[in-house]
Ligand binder design. Structure first.
Ligand code: NAX
Ligand code: K
Length: 480
């Protein structure tokens, strides 16, 4: 699992590291990493490094210092480097001197439009860890002159480092090179950061207990249940699906199907769509009601069950069964409307809630604000549940404060029925006995990868996403 830390903690860790490192050494390491990435981008976009033109946008702090030193390293490779100094009196003195010694130029804001328009690559060193608010006037006026690829130093300037929010003019980077450890905006606003590359400057030993976690293919591949030689259909966990209604039988088919495809344990379905589910998934044991469904190791409840008395009874029944429950869609609305249904749940019974922003607002009384991480953590504590807040970056918080972020590569999952597929995945992993936080995180990961595989640049249906689940799991296994 990869860690992500807030800027306050990174700054403190940097302070400790700076105290035991020769002066300037960390900046040199960081800047060298920027220069290597710049050269790679020039090579990719122009086909050569020497004789290409790079514009540096240089702000008042060390972020600008990184850019100036990177410019010096690029000069050594024959690149024509021009620094645009946004605040000439405050530009990093050693960095500026080094760039000038290497034959680089420095200009003021008035010459910036021409420099930017001629550039093959722009390096954004306007502001880094100490950024507050959107770009100020001078820097903001330059945005319209940028047409070349942008390499952001540490973070795209103007984007809030801890929340990833943008309240005004901000840089959109093609690639971001960050130092020591990734910061929240890299996962909360991946669209602005482009591809994020991490340069090791020796900071990780100074950091512990990340504020956010991110799963990779190896983590998910390791966690994903694999039957052993002594397993049978029951020992791998039986998933129960309480979904669908006469009006929405499709939700039942989708949620059940994704549980069938996710692991090789057994799946039971209980609800009014039993006939349709049986026809589509003959391997499923389907019954008409949760009361005669038989034993399961986890329940998925909610997709398409409606928000009436019947749905409420179903929800109350599965919550009282003493096994982990993934409450999705209508179940979320029912919990918001009738919070006392949760009284049916034993305090020790794991619960996973999977709201989108609207359902989150219904559940908690407030839409997730700029601090999505804070909002989802508070909800997890309040409901004593794992809360999975859907979005382009899906956040998954556990009641003990751990938060996972899953970054989707595209937005193809914004399609009808996609949530039903996710809940089936969560349920099957809960049934296999996985820690509920990890189960929800691994499910979100495979869900988004299945969407990539199904879409490949064109819209994908929820059925298409579901059909791609085995391919997404196969990919994990290969990578893992
Ligand atoms: N401290 C360290 O050990 C290291 C720091 N490094 C670099 O140093 C950066 C942090 O440097 P600093 O703390 O000097 O701060 P920054 O360079 O992030 O910002 C400095 C100045 O920008 C101004 N500013 C804030 N918000 C602004 C906005 N929206 N528009 C325009 N100006 C704004 C601030 O008033 C401040 O004076 C990191 O992001 C990284 O790039 C690296 O060199 C690696 C080592
Ligand atoms: K920057």
């Amino acid at each position: 699992m990869q860690g992500i830390w807030t800027t306050d903690r990174i700054r403190k860790a940097e302070g400790r590291l700076l105290a035991v490192t020769p002066e300037g050494a960390l900046m040199q390491r960081a800047a060298f990493g920027v220069a290597v990435n710049a050269a790679e981008m020039l090579d990719a976009h122009k086909g050569h490094v020497a004789a290409s033109r790079v514009a540096l946008l240089v702000g008042a702090g060390n972020n600008g210092g990184d850019a100036l030193w990177a410019g010096k390293f690029l000069r050594n490779r024959g690149v024509a480097v021009t620094a645009v100094l946004l605040n000439p009196e405050k530009a990093h003195p050693q960095g500026l001197a080094a760039l000038r010694r290497a034959g680089g130029r420095a200009v003021g804001l008035e010459d910036a439009p021409d420099v930017l328009e001629e550039a093959d690559l722009v390096i954004d060193g306007i502001v880094g860890l100490s950024a507050r608010g959107p770009l100020r006037e001078g820097a903001a006026s330059l945005l319209e002159h940028i047409s070349a690829p942008v390499l952001a130093v540490d973070l795209p300037s103007g984007v809030d480092p801890d929340h990833g929010t943008v309240d005004g003019p901000a840089i959109t980077a093609t690639r971001t090179v960050t130092f020591g450890a990734r910061k929240p905006l890299h996962v909360l606003n991946p669209q602005r950061c482009g591809e994020v590359r991490l340069i090791d400057i020796g900071l990780l030993p100074e950091l512990s207990d990340p504020d956010l976690w991110q799963l990779d293919a190896v983590d998910v591949g390791t966690a994903w249940p694999m039957p052993g030689p002594h397993d049978n259909k029951y020992t791998q966990g039986v998933t129960g699906i309480a979904a669908g209604s006469a009006t929405y039988p499709g939700a039942a088919v989708l949620a059940t199907g994704s549980a069938v495809l996710a692991t090789s344990g057994m799946v039971r379905y209980a609800g009014p769509a039993a006939d349709l589910v049986r026809t589509k998934w003959p391997e499923v044991i389907a019954t008409g009601s949760v009361t005669d469904a038989g034993r399961v190791q986890a329940w998925v409840v909610g997709p398409g069950i409606g928000t009436g008395q019947e749905g409420r009874d179903v929800l109350r029944h599965v919550l009282s069964e003493g096994v982990p429950v993934c409450a999705d869609a209508d179940a979320t609305t029912l919990i918001a409307r009738y919070p006392d249904v949760l009284d049916a749940r034993d305090p020790g019974t794991p619960l996973v809630l999977t709201p989108h922003a609207g359902e989150f607002e219904r559940l908690t009384g407030a839409a997730p604000d700029d601090d999505r991480v804070g909002a989802v953590k508070a909800a997890a504590r309040r409901f004593d549940a794992v809360v999975l807040l859907k979005g382009n970056t899906t956040l998954i918080a556990a009641p003990d404060g751990r938060v996972l972020a899953n970054v989707a590569r595209g937005s193809w999952l914004a399609t009808a029925g996609s949530g039903d597929v996710l809940s089936g995945l969560v349920g099957s992993l809960l049934a296999s006995g996985l820690d509920p936080w990890l189960a929800a995180g691994a499910a979100a990961y495979v869900h988004s990868r299945a969407a990539d595989l199904a879409a490949r640049g064109v819209p994908a249906s929820a059925t298409g996403v579901e059909t791609s689940i085995p391919a997404a799991i196969r990919q994990l296994r290969r990578l893992g």
